[in-house]
Design a protein around this ligand. Sequence first.
Ligand code: CUA
Length: 190
Amino acid sequence: MYRTGIQAPQGVWWKPLHGSEKVWVSIAFIWCMVLFAMMPFWHLRGGQNPSGIRHRVEPEAYRARVTEFIQQYGVGTEGGMPLVEPPPGSHVYLQAQMWSWIPVLRLREGAEYTLHLSSMDLNHGFSLFPLNVNFQVVPGYDYGLRVRPNQAGEFEIICNEFCGIGHHLMVGKVIVVPASGDAAPMGGAR
Ligand code: CUA
């Protein structure tokens, strides 16, 4: 005779837990609780958390703010894109749109900025190459991050959320000039 899963076996058919199994289940349960507790702990204490400032914003209002930002601190162009050099401590506005990042930013090493990210159309991803920095860029939200570039050089902003046929072409740029560097050759008002 054989049984199917539909007919429950009679009586006590299982074997009691072996001692080592009990220990293993206990360790696994305690570890689950530790991991569970780590979620709120890291939320409060983790150094990886972004200093996020979030506001709702209409895409057109954000676009207007970016345009104003470019007019205010624009110092030229870089690869056909406006090049903007905001003063240390200022608010920096970056616009994501299929399939570009506007404008190109020139920042100073060691200076602090508030970097605002928003999208004009759909979800994009802000990924700073070759560093491991990743943020969602969402339409309808202005996401502000307090940043302090700690390394001079040229960095590419790569979109890491698939956003259509031009996704792989969506590359922007951040130029970080050394703290002790000369004044910018294009001579923005500072
Ligand atoms: Cu924008 Cu992918």
